[in-house]
Design a protein around this ligand. Structure first.
Ligand code: HEM
Length: 282
């Protein structure tokens, strides 16, 4: 079955992350009918929040897990609908977004953030992001057998002053990689981000396809973390270990950055160039 092509495409130069709710008083069925009728450009990824899935049970889908780490509560800020619109430049993104929103009048935008690619796909801390994505088997990792996918997204706000005030070795040990060479550092502490999230280090192994992008606006700057999986389980396992739930070690990332939003979405398969919502019937 066909999947939304944006799920497997690499990180685009620019993207808009748009969060929507059904307008007050609109029945979910009306919104779903609009979604099923709308044309689906390749630049678009659509995700349905738990509230739009109704009574349908989608295997492997669930809400953002309620987890805490010392001083940090992982936020859960679900919305009914999510759109990611990719483009070569912000103008292209804007025009595609306008066309998509015009086809979905039952929904209103409640939050949005623009993302961009920084240098050779780096986080604003300067570290290359996405190196360990299993691109050679991306479809198997990101897609369920029916072509659908489960997406987890969080907007993280960085304290870049705090990060760049750290000695360089502490910056490298926050991630567990050398910023210049991108080599993994064997002597990094257990709290280093790549030691927390080493995908083959989970039982079962916890692989996802990450398509995170930096963002900046009047609210600050940071990373829009975005991961696709056949189910939510690998993301949840990684987040549990980052927040110290497996062994008490909390990810060093929390020393300079915090998630301020977090939500999960089910990305339906496509049929005939439109979203295939048959899994929600009956
Ligand atoms: C501000 C937040 C974050 C930043 C700046 C960040 C950055 C990075 C960087 C620089 C790497 C190393 C290169 C790579 O393999 O991509 C990495 C690896 C990774 N990150 Fe993150 N990350 C963030 C949040 C998260 C979250 C929330 C998760 C999942 C819950 C996660 C999961 C992973 C995974 C699975 C890897 C690869 C680990 C491996 O198998 O070696 N990251 N991240």
């Amino acid at each position: 079955m066909a999947h939304q092509p944006g799920i497997l495409a690499g990180v685009p130069p620019h993207a808009a992350f748009v969060f929507l709710d059904l307008r007050h008083g609109v029945a979910p069925g009306t919104g779903l009918a609009e979604l099923a009728a709308a044309e689906h450009p390749d630049a678009l990824v659509v995700g349905l929040g738990p509230s739009l899935l109704g009574a349908a049970s989608i295997a492997g889908m669930g809400p953002m897990p309620a987890l805490t780490a010392p001083g940090v509560a992982i936020p859960s800020t679900p919305t009914d609908l999510f759109l990611r619109i990719a483009g070569a430049d912000p103008g292209e993104v804007l025009h595609c977004e306008r066309a998509v929103l015009a086809s979905l009048p039952s929904f209103e935008v409640v939050d949005r953030v623009d993302g961009f690619m920084y240098a050779d796909s780096r986080d604003l801390s300067g570290y290359v992001d996405g190196t360990e994505n299993p691109e050679d088997r991306a479809a198997e990792v990101a897609l369920a057998p029916d072509g659908s996918s489960v997406l987890a997204i969080q907007r993280w706000v960085h304290d870049l002053d705090a990060f760049y005030a750290m000695p360089r070795v502490r910056q490298d040990h926050t991630f567990g990689r050398d910023r210049d060479t991108n080599e993994e550092l064997d002597d990094a502490p257990a709290t280093a981000h790549v030691k927390r999230t080493a995908q083959e280090g989970f039982a079962p192994e916890a692989f996802v396809i990450r398509r995170s992008m930096p963002w900046r606006d009047a609210r600050g700057a940071g990373l829009v973390f975005l991961a696709f999986g056949a189910t939510l389980a690998p993301f949840e396992a990684q987040l549990r270990r980052m927040t110290g739930h497996d062994d008490g070690q909390v990810d060093a990332l929390f020393g300079f950055t915090r998630p301020v939003t977090g939500a999960t979405y089910w990305c339906p398969p496509l049929a005939g160039g439109r979203l295939d919502l048959r899994a929600l019937e009956g």
